[in-house]
Design a protein around this ligand. Structure first.
Ligand code: NAP
Length: 329
């Protein structure tokens, strides 16, 4: 439907900029990577499946986004690189950050896009509920580890967290963060997507309080898009649920390129350059649910996330970042 299909109209170039996108081997992440590559960026696909990442690189190189003509694409395109990242392993997150810090001269944009949905109950090797770690905690750690590099790459840096409209039914279960007592796949997903918005808000606040300028933080709902995000729905909801979601979203909502537009808008558009800590939908600032606007909730989630990572949530943010960095020395 046309009213769900606002496109990012910015032509901002990204030559000379380095962008990291998690989960860029499929779906919204891959379309975001294609757009940034077409703007001249060095685009890093941080992925766990190397075979799929190789295929994504070939696809991106050969097929421009619809806004760019095929004969112009090769001359304006940037670079593509793949780094290994499995968000369900904190060790892998640390290794990926260490590699990025060692090999990349700068990081200007970080898109925390990877995600799982409707996952059966499982704990990661770190003892954390799978959806919470993949969608929130892994990105929380990755972001903190990359922040010093982004600081040295600023101004003009952006961190973009891909959330979901389903956060409106979510809550942060502080007394049972791993949902050991009452798990359901949707509860786990909604908790993680609310966490994406609260993390955005709290990170923006801490950066501001620490007088760290030039790094803005955004969260967003990308729309409802037929992608592989439904892959677990057949086993956890009912057989065919994934197919039905993808058929209905294909029929009535956005295609994948359209579904990447709000991520692109938050990452590059000049209109958002002075905004931070906000939530977006359909390339516009939107209102998340009440809990997502609650400062105490955001602070509590920050503290719980630190506890899960065995970190002291220092009030002095600069000291805190140094402590986090020690984890990969
Ligand atoms: N599609 C929608 O309707 C919709 C709606 C609202 C929000 N979203 C959000 O949009 C984001 C992108 O989803 P999508 O729709 O594009 O789905 P997708 O095609 O399934 O993409 C998800 C990506 O995340 C990666 N990923 C999953 N677990 C990972 C892990 N442990 N470590 C590293 N990467 C991992 C996947 O890699 P593999 O291929 O290796 O599994 C894949 O590249 C997600 O955050 C999702 O919650 C989507």
């Amino acid at each position: 439907m046309w009213f769900f299909k606002k496109m990012c109209t910015s032509n901002a170039p990204l030559d000379g900029k380095t962008v990291v996108i998690t989960g860029a081997n499929s779906g919204i992440g891959k379309e975001t990577a294609r757009d940034f590559y077409g703007r001249g960026a060095r685009v890093i696909l941080a992925c766990r499946n190397m075979k799929k990442a190789d295929q994504a690189v070939k696809d991106i190189k050969n097929n421009p986004p619809s806004r760019i003509k095929e004969n112009e694409y090769q001359s304006i395109a940037g670079q593509l690189a793949i780094y290994s990242l499995d968000l369900s392993s904190l060790e892998s997150v640390r290794k990926c950050a260490k590699n990025l810090l060692a090999k990349e001269a700068a990081i200007h944009i970080l898109v925390n896009n990877a995600g799982v949905s409707m996952y059966p109950y499982e704990k990661t090797e770190d003892g954390i509920e799978m959806t919470l770690q993949t969608n929130h905690l892994g990105h929380f750690l990755l972001t903190l580890l990359l922040l010093p590099k982004m600081q040295s790459s600023s101004p003009g840096c952006r961190i973009v967290n891909v959330s979901s409209i389903t956060h409106i039914w979510g809550d942060i279960h502080f007394d049972d963060i791993n949902l050991e007592k009452s798990y359901s796949p949707s509860k786990g997903y909604m908790q993680s997507k609310l966490a994406n918005i609260l993390f955005t808000k709290e990170l923006a606040r801490r950066l501001k309080n620490a007088n760290i300028g030039g790094i803005n933080v955004y969260s967003l709902h990308p729309g409802l898009i037929p992608t592989e995000i439904t892959r677990h729905a057949n086993s956890t909801i009912f057989f065919g649920a994934g197919f039905i979601y993808n058929f209905l979203t294909w029929l009535f909502c956005q295609n994948i390129e359209e579904g990447a537009q709000t991520t692109i808008y938050c990452s590059v558009d000049e209109k958002t350059a002075s905004e931070t800590g906000l939530y977006y939908s359909n390339c516009t600032v939107a209102n998340p649910q009440e809990k997502a606007n609650n400062d105490q909730y955001a602070k509590n989630l920050w503290d719980v996330s630190c506890k899960l990572l065995h970190l002291e949530p220092e009030e002095d943010f600069t000291t805190f970042l140094q402590t986090v960095s020690c984890q990969i020395m």
